[in-house]
Design a protein around this ligand. Structure first.
Ligand code: ATP
Length: 243
């Protein structure tokens, strides 16, 4: 089967610093893939290259058979690449409902009924457990709920590839458990690429794990293989340096 996403020699340098260095990466449709690695390993830069927020220095990105290396971010969104980022990007003065309505509108044809928009918004809010907070101004939601609202905004785009950057940061244990259920459900219809520092979440969710270190892929494998990998233990798992 053709992979949904591949990168070849993907590189991003800032001055002399190789934030991402010659990364060959491949993601199958329907996977839940976690990217882990110490602070500064290049994880956020890598997904920023994939979604087009940052232009690469060199290398190529292929999505669903198409070279998207030079494609602007908004067109990648239309192709089905949705992302949420470390820094909460909700509009604080708008309600949770309106925050989700903005991306939901982009997936509907011009002239669609307001009923379709409403059901798309409510479906995304329900899946993330935020339906009861539809009218709450996003800025007054707890940090954890704002992160979930970002996921709802991503879902409203009906993505084929959903990229989540540290989605469980700031969530309580109970919220993390429901979040894991949600990601499993999302994975029945989309591919999920997840940067995550919480190792219980990584081990519990990911089919495969990619470990980055100093801009490169250090290792890749199943949770079992990665837990047993000596180089990974040394670079990451054995240390307390978990962002
Ligand atoms: P964290 O877990 O802390 O988010 P990360 O693995 O996501 O780390 P990146 O944020 O991708 O790592 O950063 C990789 C390297 O690139 C770091 O050394 C960082 O300082 C550097 N870097 C990232 N963005 C920029 C930028 N816009 N300008 C200069 N250097 C940058």
């Amino acid at each position: 089967m053709t992979p949904l996403l591949t990168t070849h020699g993907l590189t991003k340098t800032y001055g002399g610093l190789h934030a991402v260095e010659h990364v060959d990466f491949s993601l199958k449709s329907g996977e839940i893939r976690a990217i882990i690695g110490p602070n500064g390993a290049g994880k956020t830069t890598f997904v920023s290259l994939v979604c087009g927020r940052v232009p690469p220095t060199s290398g190529t990105i292929i999505f669903d058979g198409e070279d998207i290396t030079q494609m602007p971010a908004h067109r990648r969104v239309r192709r089905g690449i949705a992302y949420t980022f470390q820094i909460t990007s909700v509009f604080g003065h708008l309600s949770a409902y309106d925050n989700v309505a903005l991306p939901a509108q982009r997936t509907l044809e011009d002239g669609s009924s307001s009923g379709r928009l409403h059901s798309a918004v409510m479906s995304a809010l329900e899946r993330t457990g935020l339906a009861e907070r539809a009218d709450t101004p996003a800025g007054t939601l707890s940090y954890g709920h704002q992160r979930l609202l970002e996921v709802a905004m991503g879902l409203a785009l009906k993505p084929r590839l959903l990229i989540l950057d540290e989605p469980t940061q700031g969530l309580s244990d109970g919220e993390i458990a429901s979040f894991m259920e949600l990601v499993r459900e999302i994975a029945s219809e989309a591919t999920v690429l997840l940067i995550e520092h919480n190792m219980d979440v990584v081990m519990g969710l990911a089919g495969r794990i990619t470990v980055m270190n100093a801009g490169r892929i250090l290792a890749e494998g199943t949770p079992k293989e990665i837990s047993a990998n000596d180089a990974v233990q040394r670079a990451y798992l054995g240390t307390e340096n978990h962002g």
